[in-house]
Design a protein. Structure first.
Lengths: 149, 139, 150
């Protein structure tokens, strides 16, 4: 993973945000790979939702619009419908998650990726996403609101 | 007259931050008190890791069982640290994957799903205790 | 030095599985965290702490902690001092039980009514220490909300 990693501490929790990624508002990261986008849960999203018991991305060939469900992630706390941060067609899913869903928690930006989508208009897609710094600011507001609850 | 076999030491992670830790702790009690009384003994994890002599004597050179809440495996590491010859493991996190739909809640007072999960983990642990007993283990 | 926001107190319970007093520590700490001082406290997980968690150990290095132990072996207090920094306060349930003249408090698996009351007493002591560490004005003695239900 290239580039700097921004870090945010809230109480005893440390959250990381690689600066070479872009982020959707629901905390889904995006790594552009040419005309494709690899996606996964951000460190903040995975910590917030708990240990992943099942991670089930939509199958290869599925078309999703921005904000439509691209994966179902079941943690010990919640069943999370993961909204796609990009519009495109799923071309690859992470088969390792079948046997090792904990990868989403242990290595959210690496081996814990969810799916790869083929996208049509990369520039338009990029404009709709946040930088690491922007997303971290949003995450801080959400984290501090939660600790006050 | 043969000597009474020693109980197999069982350490639970007892993680205080998550319901899985609470389920691990409860599973240890279900195992030692309900399912295999006389065959399993709960040992305090913190005593083991802090090097308490009495606790370490229960474990050193013996086969032991760890019941952990998550993949961080604090109990398994603690038993290894205390010198257990072999550490068998039950991961509550894996047990929950075999009982899909359970949503354990609570730390001091587990909800119904949490108690079910603890029971399921204890039953798997009981199988391991039987296996150790049958094999003689390093008792 | 990490970015340090609002000051909070870390509570670390021994959770000793072999004794009812260990279960009291756990219940008392959770009561403070969830009900009595939810915005002022954080729990530190002793097993994670002992296993080397950077989050737990770093917190204990930079913020005040209260160790809550079941017995005088003081695993939580010793571990905190060994791996991070000496706790700012240390409470031992067995000592509190003796001061209060508690009889049997149940088992490690299930506290009885006396055990639940003892957990409430310990929680109140944790609150006193928390308020002191956060330099809050002391509350009036005997206020029901500070006793809390375990």
């Amino acid at each position: 993973m290239a580039g700097d990693i921004l870090e945010m501490t809230v109480d005893k929790f440390l959250f990381r945000f690689p600066s070479d990624l872009l982020y959707g508002p629901a905390g889904i990261w995006v790594r552009f790979e040419g005309a494709r986008a690899r996606i996964g849960l951000s460190d903040f999203t995975q910590q917030r939702n708990g240990d992943v018991a099942f991670a089930e991305p939509k199958g290869a060939g599925t078309r999703v619009g921005t904000g439509e469900e691209v994966a179902l992630v079941e943690t010990i706390k919640v069943n999370l419908s993961v909204p796609s941060p990009v519009a495109g067609r799923v071309v690859e899913v992470n088969a390792d998650l079948l046997s090792s869903p904990e990868l989403v928690n242990q290595d959210p930006y690496g081996r814990g990726w969810l799916a790869v989508l083929e996208i049509e208009d990369a520039e338009a897609v990029r404009r709709g996403l946040m930088s690491a710094a922007e997303y971290m600011a949003l995450a801080r507001v959400e984290a501090e609101a939660e600790t006050r609850r | 007259m043969s000597a009474k076999p020693r109980k197999i030491p069982v350490a639970a992670c007892s993680g205080i931050g998550k319901s899985l830790g609470a389920a691990a702790r409860e599973a240890a009690y279900v195992l030692a008190e309900d399912l295999r009384p006389g065959h399993a003994k709960v040992v305090a994890l913190s005593l083991l890791v802090m090097g308490d002599e009495e606790a370490s004597r229960e474990v050193a050179g013996r086969e032991a069982l760890a019941i952990d809440g998550c993949k961080l495996e604090c109990a398994a590491k603690g038993l290894a640290c205390a010198g257990a010859a072999k550490v068998r493991k039950v991961a509550v996190f894996d047990v929950i994957r075999r009982h899909r739909g359970l949503k354990p809640e609570g730390v001091c007072d587990l909800n119904e799903d949490g108690l079910k999960l603890a029971r399921a983990a204890a039953e798997e642990a009981a199988g391991i205790i039987d296996d150790i007993d049958a094999g003689g283990g390093c008792a | 030095m990490p970015d340090l926001p609002r000051k909070k107190v870390g509570l670390i319970a021994c959770s000793g599985e072999e004794m009812a007093e260990g279960t009291v520590t756990r219940r008392a700490v959770r009561t403070v965290l969830e009900t009595l001082r939810p915005g002022d406290t954080v729990t530190l997980c002793l097993p994670l702490f002992l296993a080397g968690s950077e989050g737990e150990r770093a917190f204990a290095r930079f913020y005040p902690t209260i160790a809550v132990d079941g017995c005088d072996k003081r695993c939580a207090a010793r571990a905190t001092a060994k791996y991070s920094a000496r706790p700012a306060a240390s409470i031992v349930v067995a000592e509190t039980a003796k001061e209060r003249g508690c009889g049997a408090i149940g088992t490690a698996r299930r506290l009885n009514e006396a055990g639940l009351r003892l957990a409430g007493e310990v929680a109140a002591r944790i609150v006193e220490e928390t308020d002191r560490l956060l330099a809050k004005k002391p509350r009036g003695a005997g206020r029901g909300s500070d006793r809390g239900k375990p």
